[in-house]
Design a protein around this ligand. Structure first.
Ligand code: AMP
Length: 224
Protein backbone atom coordinates (compact mmCIF):
# COMPACT_ATOMS: atom_id res chain seq x y z
CA UNK A 1 0.00 0.00 0.00
CA UNK A 2 1.28 3.48 -0.91
CA UNK A 3 0.10 6.39 1.21
CA UNK A 4 0.70 10.11 0.86
CA UNK A 5 0.62 12.15 4.07
CA UNK A 6 -0.31 15.59 2.92
CA UNK A 7 -0.44 18.94 4.69
CA UNK A 8 1.39 22.18 5.41
CA UNK A 9 4.72 22.32 7.23
CA UNK A 10 4.28 21.43 10.90
CA UNK A 11 1.03 19.49 10.34
CA UNK A 12 2.57 16.35 11.86
CA UNK A 13 3.32 14.42 8.65
CA UNK A 14 6.75 13.24 9.84
CA UNK A 15 5.49 12.12 13.25
CA UNK A 16 2.56 10.22 11.76
CA UNK A 17 4.71 8.75 8.97
CA UNK A 18 7.08 7.22 11.53
CA UNK A 19 4.19 5.69 13.51
CA UNK A 20 2.60 4.32 10.37
CA UNK A 21 5.88 2.92 9.09
CA UNK A 22 6.36 0.90 12.26
CA UNK A 23 2.71 -0.24 12.42
CA UNK A 24 2.37 -1.33 8.80
CA UNK A 25 5.93 -2.16 7.77
CA UNK A 26 5.95 0.60 5.16
CA UNK A 27 8.98 2.71 4.19
CA UNK A 28 8.84 6.43 4.97
CA UNK A 29 10.14 8.58 2.12
CA UNK A 30 10.64 12.17 3.25
CA UNK A 31 12.17 14.42 0.59
CA UNK A 32 12.93 16.98 3.33
CA UNK A 33 14.98 14.37 5.24
CA UNK A 34 16.77 13.31 2.03
CA UNK A 35 17.69 16.91 1.20
CA UNK A 36 18.88 17.59 4.76
CA UNK A 37 21.01 14.43 4.61
CA UNK A 38 22.57 15.66 1.33
CA UNK A 39 23.39 18.96 3.03
CA UNK A 40 24.91 17.29 6.08
CA UNK A 41 27.18 15.15 3.92
CA UNK A 42 28.20 18.17 1.84
CA UNK A 43 27.30 16.63 -1.54
CA UNK A 44 27.08 18.92 -4.62
CA UNK A 45 23.29 18.42 -4.45
CA UNK A 46 23.30 19.50 -0.80
CA UNK A 47 25.21 22.65 -1.70
CA UNK A 48 22.83 23.46 -4.55
CA UNK A 49 19.72 23.26 -2.40
CA UNK A 50 20.97 24.83 0.85
CA UNK A 51 20.02 28.45 0.13
CA UNK A 52 16.64 27.45 -1.32
CA UNK A 53 15.75 25.43 1.78
CA UNK A 54 16.95 28.12 4.19
CA UNK A 55 14.72 30.65 2.42
CA UNK A 56 11.72 28.28 2.75
CA UNK A 57 11.35 27.96 -1.04
CA UNK A 58 10.72 24.79 -3.02
CA UNK A 59 13.60 22.83 -4.52
CA UNK A 60 13.10 22.15 -8.24
CA UNK A 61 10.80 19.33 -9.32
CA UNK A 62 13.61 17.55 -11.25
CA UNK A 63 15.74 17.20 -8.13
CA UNK A 64 13.07 15.83 -5.80
CA UNK A 65 11.53 13.55 -8.43
CA UNK A 66 15.01 12.05 -9.06
CA UNK A 67 15.44 11.44 -5.31
CA UNK A 68 12.11 9.62 -5.12
CA UNK A 69 12.78 7.62 -8.28
CA UNK A 70 16.10 6.44 -6.85
CA UNK A 71 14.39 5.23 -3.65
CA UNK A 72 11.59 3.43 -5.51
CA UNK A 73 14.12 1.58 -7.66
CA UNK A 74 16.33 0.77 -4.68
CA UNK A 75 13.48 -0.97 -2.81
CA UNK A 76 11.41 -2.99 -5.28
CA UNK A 77 10.19 -5.59 -2.76
CA UNK A 78 8.74 -3.53 0.08
CA UNK A 79 5.11 -3.62 1.25
CA UNK A 80 4.71 0.02 0.24
CA UNK A 81 5.75 3.59 0.89
CA UNK A 82 4.60 6.54 2.94
CA UNK A 83 5.34 9.76 1.09
CA UNK A 84 6.00 12.59 3.53
CA UNK A 85 6.50 16.07 2.04
CA UNK A 86 6.20 14.75 -1.51
CA UNK A 87 4.52 15.49 -3.89
CA UNK A 88 4.51 19.26 -3.32
CA UNK A 89 3.55 20.38 -6.84
CA UNK A 90 1.15 19.06 -9.48
CA UNK A 91 4.17 18.13 -11.66
CA UNK A 92 5.56 16.02 -8.80
CA UNK A 93 2.17 14.30 -8.33
CA UNK A 94 1.99 13.45 -12.03
CA UNK A 95 5.56 12.15 -11.97
CA UNK A 96 4.80 9.97 -8.93
CA UNK A 97 1.73 8.47 -10.62
CA UNK A 98 3.93 7.61 -13.62
CA UNK A 99 6.78 6.13 -11.56
CA UNK A 100 4.41 3.91 -9.58
CA UNK A 101 2.53 2.86 -12.72
CA UNK A 102 5.85 1.72 -14.23
CA UNK A 103 6.00 -0.77 -11.33
CA UNK A 104 2.36 -1.82 -11.70
CA UNK A 105 1.60 0.14 -8.56
CA UNK A 106 -0.35 3.24 -7.57
CA UNK A 107 -1.10 5.74 -4.81
CA UNK A 108 -3.71 4.03 -2.64
CA UNK A 109 -4.62 6.82 -0.22
CA UNK A 110 -3.89 10.51 0.28
CA UNK A 111 -4.50 11.76 3.80
CA UNK A 112 -4.62 15.50 4.33
CA UNK A 113 -3.85 16.74 7.86
CA UNK A 114 -5.71 20.01 8.35
CA UNK A 115 -4.18 22.40 10.88
CA UNK A 116 -4.83 26.05 11.67
CA UNK A 117 -2.09 28.38 10.31
CA UNK A 118 -1.25 30.12 13.60
CA UNK A 119 -1.07 26.78 15.39
CA UNK A 120 1.41 25.64 12.73
CA UNK A 121 3.65 28.63 13.26
CA UNK A 122 3.63 28.04 17.03
CA UNK A 123 4.33 24.31 16.59
CA UNK A 124 7.26 24.92 14.25
CA UNK A 125 9.10 27.82 15.86
CA UNK A 126 9.18 26.04 19.24
CA UNK A 127 10.10 22.53 18.07
CA UNK A 128 13.47 20.86 18.70
CA UNK A 129 14.84 17.34 18.55
CA UNK A 130 17.38 15.25 20.43
CA UNK A 131 20.56 15.15 18.36
CA UNK A 132 21.20 11.57 19.46
CA UNK A 133 17.86 9.75 19.03
CA UNK A 134 15.66 12.24 17.14
CA UNK A 135 12.97 12.45 19.86
CA UNK A 136 10.77 15.46 19.18
CA UNK A 137 10.06 18.19 21.77
CA UNK A 138 8.30 21.56 22.01
CA UNK A 139 9.38 24.43 24.29
CA UNK A 140 5.88 24.93 25.66
CA UNK A 141 3.72 21.86 25.07
CA UNK A 142 6.32 19.09 25.35
CA UNK A 143 9.53 20.15 27.08
CA UNK A 144 11.98 17.53 28.36
CA UNK A 145 11.07 16.34 31.88
CA UNK A 146 14.52 17.35 33.13
CA UNK A 147 15.80 20.52 31.45
CA UNK A 148 18.49 19.76 28.86
CA UNK A 149 18.17 15.94 29.10
CA UNK A 150 16.34 13.82 26.52
CA UNK A 151 13.53 11.76 28.12
CA UNK A 152 14.04 8.93 25.63
CA UNK A 153 17.81 8.41 25.60
CA UNK A 154 19.37 10.74 28.19
CA UNK A 155 21.19 12.68 25.44
CA UNK A 156 22.10 16.28 26.24
CA UNK A 157 22.50 17.78 22.73
CA UNK A 158 19.48 19.14 20.92
CA UNK A 159 19.00 20.79 17.55
CA UNK A 160 16.56 23.10 15.80
CA UNK A 161 16.08 23.19 12.03
CA UNK A 162 17.62 26.25 10.36
CA UNK A 163 14.34 26.84 8.49
CA UNK A 164 12.15 26.72 11.63
CA UNK A 165 12.20 30.49 12.23
CA UNK A 166 9.09 32.63 11.91
CA UNK A 167 9.96 34.42 8.63
CA UNK A 168 10.86 31.21 6.84
CA UNK A 169 7.82 29.41 8.23
CA UNK A 170 5.55 32.08 6.78
CA UNK A 171 7.27 31.73 3.38
CA UNK A 172 6.86 27.93 3.59
CA UNK A 173 3.15 28.35 4.37
CA UNK A 174 2.67 30.77 1.46
CA UNK A 175 4.42 28.29 -0.85
CA UNK A 176 2.19 25.54 0.48
CA UNK A 177 -0.98 27.39 -0.46
CA UNK A 178 0.37 28.54 -3.84
CA UNK A 179 2.20 25.42 -5.09
CA UNK A 180 1.16 22.46 -2.97
CA UNK A 181 -2.54 22.85 -2.13
CA UNK A 182 -3.36 22.61 -5.90
CA UNK A 183 -2.22 18.97 -5.71
CA UNK A 184 -5.33 18.15 -3.61
CA UNK A 185 -7.82 18.26 -6.53
CA UNK A 186 -5.48 15.94 -8.51
CA UNK A 187 -6.11 13.18 -5.94
CA UNK A 188 -9.70 14.20 -5.15
CA UNK A 189 -10.53 13.54 -8.82
CA UNK A 190 -9.03 10.07 -8.42
CA UNK A 191 -11.28 9.48 -5.36
CA UNK A 192 -8.25 8.99 -3.11
CA UNK A 193 -8.29 12.07 -0.91
CA UNK A 194 -9.37 11.94 2.75
CA UNK A 195 -9.03 14.95 5.04
CA UNK A 196 -8.75 14.77 8.83
CA UNK A 197 -8.29 17.18 11.71
CA UNK A 198 -4.56 17.36 12.44
CA UNK A 199 -5.00 19.56 15.53
CA UNK A 200 -5.71 16.72 17.98
CA UNK A 201 -3.30 14.64 20.06
CA UNK A 202 -0.83 12.46 18.16
CA UNK A 203 -2.72 9.28 19.21
CA UNK A 204 -6.07 10.63 18.05
CA UNK A 205 -4.68 11.64 14.63
CA UNK A 206 -2.94 8.24 14.36
CA UNK A 207 -6.23 6.45 15.09
CA UNK A 208 -8.02 8.48 12.40
CA UNK A 209 -5.30 7.58 9.88
CA UNK A 210 -5.46 3.90 10.85
CA UNK A 211 -9.23 3.92 10.30
CA UNK A 212 -8.90 5.44 6.82
CA UNK A 213 -6.33 2.83 5.83
CA UNK A 214 -8.44 -0.02 7.19
CA UNK A 215 -11.31 1.23 5.04
CA UNK A 216 -8.96 1.43 2.04
CA UNK A 217 -7.80 -2.16 2.74
CA UNK A 218 -11.40 -3.35 2.92
CA UNK A 219 -12.31 -1.54 -0.31
CA UNK A 220 -9.30 -3.09 -2.09
CA UNK A 221 -10.22 -6.58 -0.89
CA UNK A 222 -13.82 -6.03 -1.96
CA UNK A 223 -12.60 -5.03 -5.43
CA UNK A 224 -10.58 -8.26 -5.86
P1 AMP B 1 10.21 19.47 4.96
O1 AMP B 1 11.16 18.77 5.88
O2 AMP B 1 9.28 18.54 4.25
O3 AMP B 1 9.49 20.61 5.65
O4 AMP B 1 11.12 20.13 3.80
C1 AMP B 1 12.10 21.09 4.10
C2 AMP B 1 12.45 21.87 2.85
O5 AMP B 1 12.99 20.97 1.85
C3 AMP B 1 11.29 22.56 2.15
O6 AMP B 1 10.99 23.84 2.72
C4 AMP B 1 11.82 22.68 0.73
O7 AMP B 1 12.79 23.70 0.61
C5 AMP B 1 12.55 21.35 0.56
N1 AMP B 1 11.65 20.27 0.05
C6 AMP B 1 11.30 19.13 0.71
N2 AMP B 1 10.49 18.38 -0.04
C7 AMP B 1 10.30 19.04 -1.19
C8 AMP B 1 9.53 18.79 -2.38
N3 AMP B 1 8.78 17.67 -2.51
N4 AMP B 1 9.58 19.71 -3.38
C9 AMP B 1 10.33 20.83 -3.28
N5 AMP B 1 11.07 21.13 -2.19
C10 AMP B 1 11.06 20.26 -1.15
Amino acid sequence: MNVILFGPPGAGKGTQAKLLASQRGLIQLSTGDMLRAARRSGTPLGERVAAIMDAGDLVSDDIVIALIEEQLHARPDVAGFIFDGFPRTVAQAEALDGLLADNDSRVDAVIELKVDDEALVQRIIHRFTCENCGALYHDVTKPTAEPGVCDACGGTSFKRRADDNEDTVRTRLANYYRETAPVLPHYAQQGKLRSIDGMGDIDVVAADIAQILENADAAQQGAR
